[in-house]
Design a protein around this ligand. Structure first.
Ligand code: SF4
Length: 84
């Protein structure tokens, strides 16, 4: 029986994988990146949020917050007003 790729893949990312994902996102976003200060502020809110899963992933969007928070046009997807 073939295993479902989505179910068998680990949802926990290692540091190296996370680093590569962030670097690739930075290359793709180019001018759309936030500055370091805003990035840190957003991540501080994510780290305190009950919606953060596995220390990496937003439960509302399924996105890696270290990537989501880099996008100038992104907003926190928490229902209601969002945290940032
Ligand atoms: S709901 Fe907002 S603050 Fe919470 S983890 Fe997701 S993006 Fe971050």
């Amino acid at each position: 029986m073939k295993a479902c790729k989505g179910c068998s893949a680990s949802v926990r990312l290692g540091t190296d994988d996370l680093y590569e994902i962030i670097k690739e996102a930075e290359r793709d976003m180019g001018e759309g990146l936030v500055d370091g200060e805003l990035y840190s502020e957003r991540l501080a809110l994510c780290r305190e949020c009950a919606g953060l899963l596995y220390n990496t992933t937003c439960k509302y969007s399924g996105q890696i917050v270290y990537v989501l928070a880099k996008d100038k046009d992104a907003r926190c997807p928490e229902p209601g007003e969002g945290k940032w």
